[in-house]
Design a protein around this ligand. Structure first.
Ligand code: FES
Length: 102
């Protein structure tokens, strides 16, 4: 990635849950699953819903609006009504801080 932006500490992301955070002027969803951190765009590719308001089950985030599901590891749209994957971002952890690659 060309630049890595500080997205706070790992501890600020609740375990096995998701938070919404503005990083580099973008609305991102940050996830922590089994101690590993993942990032996707926060806005669903189907409509105007924020994935951070959805339900995280393992590595799948369920959109709060029409229950579409994405795999947070690769952004893949897993079921209807989704037709478009969600963008994911690489993560680097340094001294307990999360850096998102853009
Ligand atoms: Fe997310 Fe429709 S807005 S599934």
């Amino acid at each position: 990635s060309e630049q890595w932006l500080d997205a706070g500490t790992v501890d600020e992301i609740p375990a096995d849950d998701v938070v919404g955070l503005a990083v580099g002027g973008k609305d991102l969803a940050l996830y922590r699953v089994d101690g590993e951190v993942f990032a996707t765009d926060n806005i669903c590719t189907h409509g105007h819903a924020r994935l951070c308001d959805g339900f995280l089950d393992g590595h799948e985030i369920e959109c709060p609006l029409h229950q579409g599901k994405f795999d947070i590891r690769n952004g893949k749209a897993m079921c209807a009504p989704l037709t478009e994957d969600v963008k994911t971002y690489p993560i680097r952890i340094e001294d307990g801080r999360v850096f998102v690659g853009f």
